[in-house]
Design a protein around this ligand. Sequence first.
Ligand code: OFO
Length: 165
Amino acid sequence: MLSKVIEKALNGQIRIEAESSQIYLAMACWAEVKGLEGVAGFMYDQSDEEREHMLKLVKFVNERGGHAHVSELKAPNVTFNSFKEMFEMLLKHEVFVSESINDLVHAALQERDYATHNFLQWYVAEQIEEEAVARTILDKINLIGDDKGGLYLFDRDIQQLTVST
Ligand code: OFO
């Protein structure tokens, strides 16, 4: 059974995952209208994954005697100055999500809620992977610089970087 404190904290994370899905959906749309189909496909996949992260939390909360809340979401940024800026925002957002997961793990330990602590380990591992992918992408973008041919190849190859979970 979840304590009220943990239920509230998990509901906060449900909202963050839902907002992540919206943020990446907006990035997918921007990439698509800019003609980078590969980047758009990658971002659509990221958006789907965030929804999966959200649903996993929703089911856990409901199964543990809590009530998962579907809340209003903050509108995401819909335009970017460059792909580099977009991916910098992605990395920044993932670091924010990792911090939020860390806070949750800390709260679970404080509440002596070992079931939630155990459940959250999947998210801890997932965040390590997602941050690593975002950093790899930014390294590649920095290598490409203003080279249009490089951007073309990057767009073609980015789908292979999709985090599979
Ligand atoms: Fe990419 O954040 Fe979910 O967990």
